[in-house]
Design a protein around this ligand. Structure first.
Ligand code: 5GP
Ligand code: ZN
Length: 115
């Protein structure tokens, strides 16, 4: 599903440019425009899902696939010292783009408690 008002749907469609790291038929990974760590990649499903709060059983294969892709990206980018995966859902979590995305953050020490 494509939402014409959604930034990340428009990135999937190529209407908004991005620096791609990985792509297949289910998902896309690209560099965050405002990186919070030396490596900051966003992994998104190509279909519009608002956040991880919207997930149901029908999405299990997709989410499993995305995490396999996250592991591949981490290997390909040489994130051997570790990385963090974050997905914000809703207002209090600070979600600013309402299209499900997983942040991959690496390259600086991170607190064990917070992002
Ligand atoms: P959230 O705060 O919703 O968890 O994360 C949204 C992320 O998307 C932010 O880190 C923000 O920098 C990134 N972002 C917002 N708009 C764009 C864009 O047009 N291009 C790219 N590459 N990243 C974006
Ligand atoms: Zn979208």
């Amino acid at each position: 599903m494509f939402d014409p008002n959604c930034i990340f749907c428009n990135i999937v469609e190529g209407e908004i440019p991005s620096t791609k790291v990985y792509e297949d038929d289910m998902c896309l990974a690209f560099r965050d425009i405002n990186p919070l760590a030396p490596t900051h990649v966003l992994v998104i499903p190509k279909t519009h899902i608002e956040s991880c709060a919207e997930l149901t059983e029908e999405h299990e294969a997709l989410i499993g696939h995305i995490f396999t892709v996250i592991a591949k990206i981490a290997r390909d980018l040489g994130l051997d010292n570790g990385f963090r995966v974050v997905s914000n859902a809703g207002l209090e979590a600070g979600q600013t783009v309402p299209h499900l995305h997983f942040h991959i953050l690496a390259g600086r020490p991170m607190s064990a408690k917070m992002v």
